[in-house]
Design a protein around this ligand. Structure first.
Ligand SMILES: *Cc1c(COP(=O)(O)O)cnc(C)c1O
Length: 339
């Protein structure tokens, strides 16, 4: 094959050769199996379908100049999926099963890992669902853990450019003591109406306020928020934010570049004081914010007037990408080489 146009890939699903699966039955996890089917046989009363027992992860593998394949922060994703399991009472996937399943899925689909220099990467999607039947509302007794991969293109086809985001008080994606801090599909279902509305109005995302008081910044739909001012990297702390592994990595890099890190509540008014702002997550690493429009009262906070990202965002973006592709050494132990 090798007829894939790597530079023009989008962020979508493409069939690869194999996915891997592992079942939890009778209180224990079974063997990791490879499958070439894109379908799963599922009981019609599976709890994932009726009561939302579903969690997922998203991480990437990158091919370096040396041809080696590097998976970024594999163990952190395994631990986060365990935290999601505890949040909605699903069986926890042990770290070694998670890691071996991901490595196997990458290895079996090696030919789909984009070449170095294309800007593309292999997106890895681990999924955990309650597969056992229940009609009463209670946790399933059987679970399916599966991992599929799909090559995805460079997020910024036209270069690393800022986009506008919008604030609205019309919708919440998570509740204060709800499931906003774990990576479950229900949060995404709850974000669809706001997300589709924002895209239709020309925004890249919705920036959510805290669901209780609507006074503080939470995060952007599928990405965390940060602001930069006075050589300080500031990112919100809140019980309804998903702990982004990209954000955690950027905090480490920012600290090592000499910035001060503040993880604390960020009031809506403080948006006026930032020199730069960005969204961060696995898909883009950083998506710089051009401006934030308050859709409810017409005010705006502008961070980029010339269509270019700020210097701190640019440095952080380049540094993290260099580690992911193996251009820079990884002093943090973030990379797992697939061999
Ligand atoms: C996955 C996710 C993020 C980004 O996390 P990364 O680990 O950086 O990819 C941010 N917010 C939400 C709600 C998410 O689900």
């Amino acid at each position: 094959m090798s007829t894939i146009d790597w530079a023009n890939l989008g962020f979508g699903y493409m069939k690869t050769d194999f996915n891997v699966r592992c079942y939890y039955r009778n209180g224990k996890w079974g063997e990791i199996e490879a499958s070439d089917s894109e379908y799963i046989p599922l009981h019609i009363a599976a709890t994932a379908l009726h009561y939302g027992q579903e969690a997922f992860e998203g991480l990437k593998a990158f091919r370096g100049k040396d041809g080696q394949i590097r998976i970024f922060r594999l163990e952190d994703n395994a631990l986060r999926m365990q935290s999601s399991s505890r949040g909605i009472l699903m069986a926890e996937v042990p770290v070694d099963i998670f890691s071996n399943a991901v490595k196997k899925a990458v290895k079996l689909n090696e030919r789909f890992v984009p070449p170095y220099g294309s800007g593309a990467a292999l997106y890895i999607r681990p999924l955990l669902i309650g597969s056992g039947p229940q009609v009463g509302v209670r946790p399933a007794e059987e679970y399916l853990f599966l991992v599929f991969v799909t090559p995805v293109g460079p997020y910024f086809k036209a270069g690393f450019k800022p986009t506008p985001v919008m604030v609205t008080r019309e919708f919440d994606r998570a509740a204060p003591q709800g499931t906003g801090n774990i990576k479950v599909g229900g949060n995404y279902a709850a974000s669809l109406r706001a997300g589709v509305k924002a895209h239709a109005l020309g925004y890249s995302a919705v920036l959510y306020l805290d669901p209780k008081e609507k006074k503080y910044i939470d995060e952007c739909g599928p990405a965390n928020f940060y602001g930069i001012k006075n050589n300080c990297y500031i990112t919100p702390a809140s019980s309804s934010i998903l702990p982004s592994i990209t954000n955690k990595s950027l905090m480490q890099l920012a600290e090592d570049m000499g910035l001060t890190i503040e993880r604390r509540r960020v009031s809506f008014e403080e948006l006026a004081t930032f020199e730069e702002a960005g969204q961060c997550g696995t898909a883009a690493v950083i998506s710089p914010i051009e401006r934030i429009d308050d859709a409810d009262n017409g005010t705006s906070f502008v961070y980029s007037k010339d269509g270019e990202p700020g210097p701190v965002s640019k440095n952080l973006y380049q540094k993290l990408r260099a580690i992911q592709y193996g251009d820079d050494v990884d002093p943090y132990g973030w990379i797992t080489i697939v061999d």
